[in-house]
Design a protein around this ligand. Structure first.
Ligand SMILES: *[C@@H]1O[C@H](CO)[C@@H](O)[C@H](O)[C@H]1NC(C)=O
Ligand SMILES: *[C@@H]1O[C@H](CO)[C@@H](O)[C@H](O)[C@H]1NC(C)=O
Ligand SMILES: *[C@@H]1O[C@H](CO)[C@@H](O)[C@H](O)[C@H]1NC(C)=O
Ligand SMILES: *[C@@H]1O[C@H](CO)[C@@H](O)[C@H](O)[C@H]1NC(C)=O
Length: 260
């Protein structure tokens, strides 16, 4: 009797101690050798600098973002997961394709406006631009008159700034709350460039009602096809001419669409 009691009790003690031992044996390996499995939460924000410095190349845009301090504004919005942000980023080649005076003539606050003009204070997936194209003018970070128009051409998003027409060529990042789309051209706001159209023989700028939006593009296309003709290289002038033809086709198509 007594002996069996002792046997049972000792068995129970043995079980308890072995399970306690098992616990102490099992538990240590995880925290001690590798102390970094738990503290690996996915970054809760997108670092715009990091993103822009590896893609593109977008160095010129990034430099403008930094020199104007607009980077802080955009990063702050990117951190704001409620609304998010959509940024249109021209490649370095788009900046170098601009005629020199275009940006260098501007004052600091105007350059800041141009950079602010490249973002919308909301995250838009590419699919959502179909909806945006229903609205006539979409406000940008630059506010006020600095609006963009979007048209969705069977999946290709075209952007009109009034002065330049371009399109989204690729999505660099499109995960809510941050969308970064590469665009073909620098977006030049009508509010700054509308009255600053290069040499072209612009006759008396009579404020016409309907075709106002078309005229600056027409002139820019013409000035592009005429001014660099001094280039001795035949192939580049051929390219420029074909660009002019292409621009005319686009304008003609645009005209037909407007009529319809
Ligand atoms: C983003 O990364 C850059 C360089 O990697 C760093 O200098 C900057 O502080 C980071 N920005 C934020 C908001 O953490
Ligand atoms: C964005 O969030 C990161 C991480 O919380 C923070 O380090 C950074 O300062 C924030 N930047 C801005 C401009 O709010
Ligand atoms: C577009 O708008 C319609 C109606 O307003 C909405 O139901 C639909 O979800 C929207 N699509 C996207 C991609 O936002
Ligand atoms: C956007 O569209 C509206 C209406 O169609 C037009 O009045 C405006 O000039 C356009 N703006 C730009 C920047 O293209």
């Amino acid at each position: 009797m007594d002996f069996s009691m002792i046997f049972v009790v000792s068995n129970i003690l043995l079980l308890l101690s072995s399970s306690a031992f098992a616990k102490t044996v099992v538990s240590p390996p995880s925290p001690s050798p590798t102390p970094t499995p738990a503290p690996a939460p996915a970054p809760d924000f997108v670092n715009l600098t990091d993103l822009l410095s590896v893609a593109g190349p977008f160095h010129t845009f990034l430099q403008y973002l930094e020199s104007t301090k607009v980077l802080d504004t955009f990063q702050n919005q990117a951190n704001n997961t409620e609304e998010g942000i959509t940024i249109f980023v021209p490649k370095d080649s788009a900046f170098s394709a601009l005629k020199k005076p275009s940006l260098s003539k501007l004052k600091d606050d105007q350059i800041k406006q141009v950079i602010l003009f490249h973002a919308l204070p909301h995250f838009y997936s590419l699919a959502e631009f179909k909806n945006l194209s229903q609205t006539s003018s979409t406000p940008t970070f630059a506010g006020g008159d600095y609006t963009l128009n979007f048209t969705d051409d069977s999946g290709t998003v075209h952007i009109s700034s009034g002065w330049s027409i371009t399109k989204v060529t690729s999505a660099v990042h499109a995960t809510d709350p941050v969308a970064i789309y590469q665009v073909d051209k620098v977006l030049l706001p009508e509010a700054i460039f509308g009255t600053d159209i290069p040499p072209a023989p612009a006759p008396a700028p009579t404020p016409e009602i309907a075709p106002a939006a078309d005229s600056p593009t027409q002139q820019s296309a013409e000035s592009k096809s005429t001014s660099p003709s001094s280039s001795p290289d035949g192939s580049s002038s051929y390219k420029i001419i074909s660009y002019g033809i292409w621009a005319n086709i686009v304008l003609a198509t645009f005209g037909v669409l407007m009529v319809l």
